[in-house]
Design a protein around this ligand. Structure first.
Ligand SMILES: N[C@@H](CCC(=O)N[C@@H](CS)C(=O)NCC(=O)O)C(=O)O
Length: 208
């Protein structure tokens, strides 16, 4: 098995943290996104989405998308369970993960890709060219602020996203906050509960 990675990029980092939490080791191959290595014919044949992460299995097949990769690893390496321990928890993890991806990761991605000159005409990752929309960047910044407010309220009464159970959703949320630094949206001073959670999760060996 080989993980195609770009160590500084947020989405592949979600998978490398997940792998570290599982206590397993998987060979990584760095795809330099700044140099456009995701666009080569060789990589495109493996992952037509032209993005990382991508997990190549020993039979040559490939799984792309963070959640699909992590779900596969959860099946193959069930301990410790990171996608829920019961039917209800698995549903709640799914719900939270979707919510944090939409309100968190997507908001930061829109803010970043619609403002950085590096992504001119590449506002959406993948093989198609899309122009930047500056209003989407502004809206993204506002949505990050709302995400912080919502999560701060949640962490007032919860150690982790799923109460006292550390799960894949904490990884998704942690990477959202860390990624938001790229658009200069650090945790506001009054979001003390969010900061407490961020510091606690950030001190885990898988992240530190
Ligand atoms: N939907 C994908 C998103 C992956 C993604 O956006 N990866 C970024 C790095 S964080 C990428 O590879 N971008 C390629 C590019 O910008 O050309 C997933 O969840 O795996």
């Amino acid at each position: 098995m080989k993980l195609y990675d770009y160590a500084i990029a947020p989405n592949p980092r979600r998978v490398t943290i997940f792998i570290a939490e599982k206590g397993i080791e998987i060979e990584t191959v760095q795809i330099d996104l700044r140099a456009g290595e995701q666009k080569t014919p060789e990589f495109t044949a493996l992952n037509p989405m032209q993005d990382v992460p991508a997990l190549e299995l020993d039979d040559g097949s490939c799984i792309n998308q963070v959640n699909a990769i992590c779900r596969y690893l959860e099946e193959v390496y069930p301990q410790p369970p990171l996608y829920g321990r019961t039917a209800v928890e698995r549903a709640q993890v799914e719900s939270w993960n979707h919510r944090i991806q939409n309100n968190g990761i997507l908001a930061v991605t829109e803010a970043y890709r619609n403002s950085s000159p590096f992504f001119a005409n590449r506002a959406v990752s993948g093989p198609n060219a899309y122009a930047q929309i500056p209003e989407l960047s502004e809206r993204g910044l506002k949505r990050i602020g709302d995400f912080y407010t919502d999560m701060n309220a949640h962490f007032a009464d919860n150690q982790f996203v799923m109460g006292d159970y550390f799960s894949v959703v904490d990884i998704t949320a942690y990477i959202t906050v860390d990624f938001a630094k790229w658009v200069k949206m650090t945790i506001p001073e009054d979001c003390t509960h969010l900061q407490r959670w961020f510091d606690e999760v950030g001190s885990r060996p898988s992240i530190g």
